[in-house]
Ligand binder design. Structure first.
Ligand code: NAD
Ligand code: UDP
Length: 329
């Protein structure tokens, strides 16, 4: 039996491919390569290039292989672009989920692990955030992910499909040996942008606002290492394998770090002064996003292991130093 990793050539997907392989699972990848990289997937992993909205490619994959479960990472995930082009987001994210669930139903595949996001909560009324807190997304990206969760809920209550939705907070870092990491053509995430300064690709990092009601005025986020995140997917699949019911879990460390603290940690790791300038607030940025992941700790037995920001940033730095231009594909 194999595990199908949809979006396995992307940043988080490629780390999961490695982690599932190391765990002893047989892994198959499907990816359109729109934002992913063929070079991020090991050559000994069976790879299908294609769009999951295309039911023919899914039928081919499910017919040619004995798929036990699907791990679903495919999505467009740029918040700003989602506000500009909402239908592009609903088409790919929601459309991809419809196509995938239909194919799972046609081919009798019963388990799915899904990449959800803290963006499903919108502007939280309190932190840390619990899974039971209100979900009021403030952009089409978060809304599309919440709709995908609801689709899985209704499908699972009608058919014999069980799901785990993992709501990630801020995913960061790279594989420990620096061989794979984050390479987005359109990069919006804080850590890779900070590291572009010591790499000589930009001369300063812009802090999006220093007038938030936080200790130093900059936004606070909950950063989680991509390898800890991958481990949660393996535990989530084990949970479904052992009969666990459909469920939703937050994945974060429970600790918040400000943008300023992240820049200081990167200065320590790289030994570079990393000049910073204060810019405008970025529209829609909540002041504080921190996860309460007690439920994942209690039920999945998951706990993040790489919790020092310097350690998370060190792995990203290793990747970017050894691949200053990313995968170059
Ligand atoms: P990514 O863009 O690097 O990976 C997504 C992968 O899916 C890419 O390889 C892309 O080519 C592929 N893809 C997209 N649409 C497809 C389609 N229709 N058919 C086939 N392949 C398709 O993004 P990422 O940062 O690795 O994020 C992975 C998932 O995690 C996304 O669903 C994202 O919404 C979610 N997420 C990410 C973060 C984060 O901090 N990076 C936080 C919360 C949630
Ligand atoms: N941020 C920043 N400058 C940048 C990029 C990001 O100040 O160049 C801030 C952003 O406002 C947010 C935090 O860093 O408060 C994390 O942003 P990121 O885009 O990495 O993740 P998000 O929290 O949006 O999912």
């Amino acid at each position: 039996m194999s595990v199908l990793i949809c979006g396995g050539a992307g940043y988080i997907g490629s780390h999961n491919v490695r982690a599932f392989k190391a765990h002893g699972d047989d892994v198959i990848v499907v990816d359109s390569l729109e934002t992913g990289h063929r070079a991020s997937v090991p050559n000994d992993v069976k790879f299908y290039e294609g769009d999951i909205r295309n039911s023919e490619i899914l039928d081919k994959i499910f017919t040619e292989n004995n798929i036990e479960a699907v791990i679903h990472f495919c999505a467009y995930s740029l918040v700003g672009e989602s506000v500009e082009k909402p239908l592009k987001y609903f088409d790919n994210n929601v459309g991809g989920m419809i196509s995938l669930l239909e194919a799972m139903q046609r081919h009798d595949v019963k388990r799915i692990i899904f990449s959800s996001t803290a963006a499903t909560y919108g502007e939280p009324k309190k932190v840390p955030i619990l899974e039971t807190d209100p979900t009021e997304p403030t952009n089409p990206y978060g809304e599309s992910k919440r709709i995908m969760e609801k689709m899985m809920h209704w499908v699972s209550s009608r058919y014999d499909i069980r799901y785990v939705s993992l709501r990630y907070f801020n995913v960061a870092g790279a594989w420990h040996d620096g061989s794979i990491g984050e390479d987005h053509k359109c990069e919006t995430h804080l850590i890779p942008l900070i590291l572009q300064v010591p790499l000589g690709k930009r001369n300063h990092i812009t802090i999006y606002g220093d007038d938030y009601p936080t200790k130093d005025g900059t936004c606070i986020r909950d950063y989680i290492h991509v390898e800890d995140l991958a481990r949660a997917h393996i535990l989530a699949l084990e949970y479904l394998r052992s009969g666990g019911e459909s469920n939703i879990f937050n994945l974060g460390s429970g600790d918040g770090y400000s943008v300023m603290e992240m820049i200081n940690a990167a200065r320590k790791v790289t030994g570079h002064p990393i000049p910073a300038q204060i810019g405008e607030r970025r529209a829609g940025d909540p002041a504080r996003l921190i996860a309460d992941s007690t439920k994942a700790q209690n039920i999945l037995r998951w706990k993040p292991e790489i919790t020092r920001m310097e350690d998370i940033i060190s792995t990203a730095w290793k990747w970017h130093q050894s691949h200053p231009d990313g995968y170059m594909d």
